[in-house]
Design a protein around this ligand. Structure first.
Ligand code: GLU
Length: 270
């Protein structure tokens, strides 16, 4: 009869230990941030599991101003097409993922920012001489990403007759371009420049050098969360003021030899 009693006692001890463990977790509750994992220079998961890129640096800076040290930040992978959904379903606290502010998205989420201005451009194989401007795409196969402003802009304005291959992410488009399943891919110059410069890609691709749109990157928050939006706007202003923004663009875009715009005024929600 003694054996079950001992078992019962250890079960109680185990329960106490588990409960106190939970209390500890509560105190160190972190923040969950949606970023891209496959865009070098913007949001990238390195082979060792660390994260690099301008969006990562912006997100880390903002999180710190909100009271979360780097060890309490959890980065979750987002794709262009699921950014709104992840915010609507509270899967992430905010999204920093080359996320352009526009009216259609503002129906579902709110934005802080802008914190960066990029421009839509085209990426082709280095040997290609047939595509130099958007209209050239009308007789070509173009890869773009589902749920991106770039895909929408091509379909409705720039090259409506292009045959479009839509994939979930830009790294998939890059493979399609490399393997001759597409003649070009399109999205923001900041993203494309990162692929051109990536180790292993030297001499393989080139940018057309077009400025086909203005993409104002914002930080997406749950719709109606004015408090978080305001705090993030304050953090973004501070990041520009204290020189961290300059350091982050130089660090992340310098190696790609990418000529970026100066920091925009933070105006969202104000
Ligand atoms: N900035 C554009 C957008 O938000 C293209 C880049 C992306 O898909 O993340 O759709």
């Amino acid at each position: 009869m003694k054996v079950p009693q001992v078992g019962a006692v250890s079960a109680v001890i185990a329960l106490v230990l588990t409960t106190s463990g939970c209390g500890g977790d509560e105190e160190t509750k972190g923040i969950s941030i949606g970023i891209k994992f496959d865009q070098p220079g913007i949001g990238f998961r390195e082979a060792d599991g660390s994260f690099t890129g301008f969006d990562v640096d912006v997100a880390t800076y903002v999180a710190k101003r909100l009271g979360y040290s780097a060890d309490r930040v959890e980065f979750k992978q987002v794709y262009s097409n699921d950014r709104e959904l992840l915010l609507q379903y509270n899967e992430v606290d905010f999204v920093a993922a080359s996320y352009s502010i526009n009216n259609k998205r503002k129906e579902k989420v709110d934005f802080a920012g802008p914190y960066f201005v990029a421009h839509q451009d085209l990426l082709v194989r280095a040997t290609d001489t047939s595509i130099t401007k958007a209209e050239d795409l009308n007789s070509k196969r173009l890869c773009s990403v589902t749920g991106s402003t770039s895909a929408e802009n091509i379909r409705t304005n720039l090259a409506p007759k292009a045959s479009i291959l839509e994939l979930p992410g830009y790294s998939e488009c890059l493979v399609a371009l490399q393997e001759n399943q597409a003649d070009a891919m399109t999205t923001d110059n900041a993203i494309l420049a990162g692929y051109v410069a990536r180790k292993g890609n030297e001499g393989k691709f080139k940018l057309a050098g077009q400025s086909l749109s203005n993409e104002n990157y914002g930080i997406g928050v749950k719709k109606g969360d004015k408090e978080l939006q305001g705090k993030i706007n304050d953090a973004l202003r501070k990041m520009v003021e204290d020189g961290s923004w300059d350091r982050a663009v130089k660090k992340n875009f310098g190696p790609a030899n990418f000529k970026y715009d100066p920091a925009p005024q933070v105006t969202a929600g104000s």
